[in-house]
Ligand binder design. Structure first.
Ligand code: UT7
Length: 337
C-alpha cells in the first residue's frame, strides 16, 4: 500500500457516561400497557438508563468528555462540539458550559443538532476543521437526555429511548494512520420531518404569547415509516461510503449502526450482506440514546474486545430530520480507560 500523507483527523481517545438509574422493561410495564416480551421481540431492548431530576445533558457530556480527554492522554483541545437535541436550555448552546466545566474556557464550542445522526455529522465537522487547519485537536461529544422530551404515557417512544453520552478526541494526523476518519456520506430529507417531531417549543410554536398545546410539547414518532426509512437510508449511505473508501463489504470487520432497534440493525446488515457476527450491538442495554448511540456502541465493543486495533469499522446513523450519515475508520490502538 502506498503512503498517504494527506492531513486527516485521527481518533486518539474515547469515553462514555451513562446515568446510573436502570429502567427495565418490567419497570415500564408497571406504568404502561406494555410487556417485556413485546419490547424485547419488537426492538431487542431489555433496559435503558434514565436521568434523575436535577441531572441534565451537560452533566452527562462533561463526564463522557473528561473520560475521552483522559483516554487521549490529557492535554488541551482547540474545539469542542456537542451533538445534542436535548440541550440544557433553548439558549444558549450547551457546549460552552461543557467546555468550561472541563477546564476549557476560551476554546470555541458549539452544539450541533442533527438528532440521531448528530454524532456522525459532528465527526465530519471536526474533520473539516482539522483538515482546513482551523483546529488541530477536537473534542466531539454526543449527549442526549431524550427521555426528557418523551410523553410518559406514550408506550411506543418510552420503550425505545434512553439517556447517555459518548465522546471522542480527534487529532491532526495523516490519512494512512490507523484511526484516520473518512470519507463521509451525509444526507437529509426535510419532506419527512413530521415523522419524528417535537411540534412546540421552537419559533413556530413558542411558549411566549400563546400557551403551548400540551399535546405538542412531547416527541411524536410514526414508527413504521421511520423503520422503513432507517433501513433504506442507512443501507444506501453505508454502501456509498464503502465505495468512496474503496472497501468491499468483506473488508468490513465490524459494522457500527445507530442503535435504534435490533430489527433495524439486522435488516441493514442483511441488505448490505454484512454477516450478523460482525454487527456490534448494545441496544439491549441502553436503547436508542440518540447522538450518544455511535460512540457508546464503539466504546462498548472496544472494551469487550469485540472491536480491536486494525479492525476496519463501518459506521452509519439515521434519525429525525430526516438525517443520516456514514463514515469508516480503521480502529486505532487507544487507551480505553
Ligand atoms: O432514530 C430513529 C428513531 N426511531 C426509530 O428507530 C423507530 C423505528 N420504528 C420502530 O422501531 C418500530 O416501528 C416500533 C418499535 C416503534 C414499533 O414496532 P412495530 O413492529 O412497527 O409496531 P407497530 O407500530 O406496527 O404497532 C403494533 C402494535 C400497535 O397496536 P395495535 O394498533 O396493533 O393494537 C401498537 O399500539 O403494537 C402496539 N405497541 C405496543 N404494544 C406494547 C406500540 N408500542 C408498544 C409497546 N408495548 N411498547
Amino acid at each position: 500500500m502506498t503512503a498517504d500523507h494527506r492531513r486527516a483527523a485521527v481518533l486518539c481517545g474515547i469515553g462514555t457516561w451513562l446515568p446510573p438509574r436502570v429502567v427495565t422493561n418490567d419497570d415500564l410495564a408497571q406504568q404502561l400497557d406494555t410487556s417485556d416480551e413485546w419490547i424485547r421481540s419488537r426492538t431487542g431492548i431489555r433496559e435503558r438508563r434514565v436521568i434523575d431530576p436535577g441531572t441534565s445533558t451537560s452533566d452527562l457530556a462533561v463526564e463522557a468528555g473528561a473520560r475521552a480527554l483522559k483516554s487521549a492522554g490529557g492535554g488541551n483541545v482547540d474545539l469542542v462540539i456537542v451533538a445534542t437535541t436535548t440541550p440544557d436550555h433553548p439558549c444558549p448552546s450547551t457546549a460552552p458550559e461543557v467546555a468550561s466545566r472541563l477546564g476549557l474556557t476560551g476554546v470555541p464550542a458549539f452544539d450541533l443538532n442533527a438528532v440521531c445522526a448528530g454524532f456522525v455529522y459532528s465527526l465530519a465537522t471536526a474533520v473539516g476543521h482539522i483538515v482546513a487547519g482551523i483546529a488541530s485537536r477536537v473534542l466531539v461529544i454526543g449527549a442526549d437526555t431524550f427521555t426528557t422530551v418523551l410523553n410518559p404515557h406514550d408506550r411506543t417512544t418510552v420503550a425505545i429511548f434512553g439517556d447517555g453520552a459518548g465522546a471522542v478526541v480527534l487529532r491532526a494526523g495523516t490519512a494512512d494512520e490507523p484511526g484516520a476518519l473518512g470519507p463521509f456520506d451525509l444526507g437529509s430529507d426535510g419532506t419527512n420531518a413530521e415523522l419524528l417531531i417535537v411540534p412546540a417549543g421552537g419559533s413556530r410554536q413558542r411558549g411566549s404569547g400563546q400557551p403551548l398545546d400540551p399535546a405538542d410539547v412531547h416527541f411524536r414518532m410514526d414508527g413504521q415509516p421511520v423503520f422503513r426509512n432507517a433501513v433504506t437510508r442507512m443501507s444506501e449511505s453505508a454502501a456509498k461510503v464503502l465505495a468512496q473508501a474503496g472497501w468491499r463489504i468483506e473488508d468490513v470487520d465490524r459494522f457500527a449502526c445507530h442503535q435504534a432497534n435490533a430489527r433495524i440493525l439486522t435488516a441493514v446488515a442483511r441488505t448490505l450482506e454484512v454477516p450478523e457476527e460482525r454487527v456490534v450491538m448494545n441496544v439491549d442495554r441502553v436503547g436508542n440514546t440518540v447522538a450518544a448511540s455511535i460512540p457508546l456502541v464503539l466504546a462498548d465493543a472496544a472494551a469487550a474486545g469485540d472491536i480491536v486495533p486494525g479492525h476496519r469499522v463501518l459506521i452509519t446513523s439515521f434519525g429525525a430530520g430526516l438525517g443520516w450519515g456514514s463514515t469508516v475508520i480503521t480502529w486505532p490502538d487507544i487507551d480505553l480507560g
